[in-house]
Design a binder for this molecule. Structure first.
Ligand SMILES: Cc1cc2nc3c(=O)[nH]c(=O)nc-3n(C[C@H](O)[C@H](O)[C@H](O)COP(=O)(O)OP(=O)(O)OC[C@H]3O[C@@H](n4cnc5c(N)ncnc54)[C@H](O)[C@@H]3O)c2cc1C
Length: 458
């Protein structure tokens, strides 16, 4: 169309993990994409994350003697979501995750390897969480953008997707970009990839689709307003699992830093302001936000010990917490109870029950099966924490090629989506989220979308 200022073969919206990986994939497939990002410095949810993602059947797993494959990962996803997820997307992610990690390592020299500290937990039946040892999401997004620069991929920052220009049948002709000064530009494209993240910062949408989380603390970027999802709907796309999200039970108050999951995997417990445990801490990484929010006083204590702290000290969030001296410290149960204002008898009884269950290799009264995780012993550490919502998992309905679909199941002619903008594989609510699935979906679907869009226009 003549009224576009210029045209590109593939336009990608969003410079988080999904958009950056989609750009690398399109570039490697021989098509030069343009990536637009609303912020001056791309960060998104990816930049706030722990930078960990699931991948199955990787060389790094094999090097540690871990047997895993797409079929096992798919079975874990279906079990965690009680079968209430899209099996086509789940299969694409489960089977695509390992090859995606290998491609990024081989072709783009990405340093991701198995995080052996992230033991099988919360629905991952084996060691499957990968990351960049000692680094987090900020390092991940900066490295991805460094790779985009090295590849010569065009990235337009401070360029917000304001509208999508499409024919009546949903064929996208281009987009309207808004600049910080309010001026607009119209850019044509042959294919569009929507990688603009989720909508957890959009209070109206959160209240509509997940009312139980409407008053939860939000710990994500303000840019996750759901722009891409809303504009996708406007051109005929279907959405699904809009009530799906990751909550988190251990956001420290007042620091606003996540106590990493490793603290629980290594043996940490949660107690309320009466000193009582109230949940199997190892069961549900995302849904656990709700029992935490329901506790008297609205906050809880994450109790670990010096050994757990040391074993988790390689994790950036734990390092930050250590630097801030965020933990209350005590050398005995009595001293800990006094510092936290808890009943020492109740706290001691909780620890004793956990120890007894661990010694007997059996479940405690909440159903937690104690294995290699040892309940905390003196010297203790305790973090004050609240439950929060981190990111959403529902969005544009896609197929196994990341093509955006209409409600009748047919594909829009030239639109793709992934990451937080697309329907994920976490079921309909907060209980189906596997650890490190958000970035897994972003990275894997980014590659799938980039390659599929390149095939279409190539
Ligand atoms: C605190 C925290 C910790 C987390 N830890 C993990 C973890 O360790 N492992 C894991 O798997 N998941 C984790 N997650 C979730 C994970 O970060 C997300 O699932 C993932 O980053 C989504 O990637 P994305 O590329 O789809 O979105 P994002 O990273 O949010 O990127 C979207 C980009 O699009 C841009 N954008 C939005 N709207 C527009 C617009 N209109 N025009 C132009 N640009 C736009 C945004 O500015 C942003 O840069 C965590 C989330 C949080 C909040």
């Amino acid at each position: 169309m003549s009224d576009f200022e210029f045209s590109v073969p593939i336009l990608i919206v969003g410079g988080g993990a999904c958009g950056a990986v989609a750009a690398l994939a399109a570039h490697d497939a021989g098509v030069a994409p343009l990536l637009i990002e609303q912020d001056a410095r791309p960060m998104g949810c990816t930049g706030m994350s722990q930078g960990l993602f699931c991948a199955a059947g990787t060389r790094s797993q094999a090097a540690h003697g871990i047997k895993d494959d797409g079929a096992t990962f798919l079975a874990d996803i279906l079990a965690k979501t009680r079968g209430q997820t899209d099996p086509v997307i789940a299969r694409a992610i489960a089977y695509g995750s390992g090859p995606t990690l290998e491609w990024l390592a081989d072709k783009h020299d990405m340093p991701w390897e198995l995080d052996t500290g992230f033991r099988p937990a919360y629905g991952n039946s084996t060691f499957r969480v990968h990351g960049w040892h000692g680094h987090g999401g900020k390092d991940m997004i900066e490295l991805l953008h460094q790779k985009l620069a090295e590849a010569g991929i065009d990235v337009l920052t401070q360029a917000r997707l304001a509208d999508i220009v499409a024919d009546a049948d949903g064929r996208v002709r281009g987009v309207v970009i808004e600049r910080p000064d309010g001026s607009t530009e119209r850019v044509g494209c042959e294919a569009l990839i929507i990688a603009s993240g989720g909508f957890a910062a959009n209070h109206e949408m959160v209240a509509r689709f997940m009312p139980e989380a409407a008053h939860a603390r939000y710990n994500g970027p303000e840019g996750n307003r759901g722009d891409g999802i809303l504009l996708g709907e406007k051109i005929g796309a279907a959405v699904a699992d809009m009530g799906s999200y990751q909550g988190y039970a251990m956001l420290t108050d007042p620091q606003g830093i996540s106590v990493p999951p490793g603290a629980i995997i290594e043996g940490g417990i949660l107690v309320n302001i009466e000193g009582r445990r109230f949940v199997d801490e190892s069961f549900d990484i995302a849904g656990m936000a709700h029992p935490v929010m329901a506790q008297p006083g609205g906050h809880i204590w994450v109790i670990i010990d010096a050994g757990i702290e040391e074993r988790c000290a390689y994790i950036p969030e734990m390092r930050d917490l250590l630097e801030l001296k965020a933990a209350r410290q005590a050398d005995s149960v009595e001293a800990l109870a006094a510092i936290l204002g808890l009943d020492a008898g109740i706290l001691e009884a909780e620890l004793a029950e956990a120890r007894a269950a661990q010694a007997a290799c059996t479940v405690d009264r909440f159903g937690r099966l104690w294995g290699k995780d040892l309940p905390p012993t003196a010297p203790f550490r305790a973090f004050k924490a609240v439950g929060a919502i981190y990111h959403t998992q529902g969005g544009l309905q896609i197929d196994g090629d990341a093509r955006v679909l209409r409600a009748d199941g047919s594909a829009l002619p030239n639109v793709f989506a992934g990451g937080g903008a697309a329907r994920g594989v976490s079921g309909p609510s907060s209980w189906g989220y596997l650890p490190a699935m958000g970035l897994c979906a972003a990275v894997t679907l980014g590659r799938i979308a980039g390659e599929a869009a390149a095939r279409q226009v190539g």
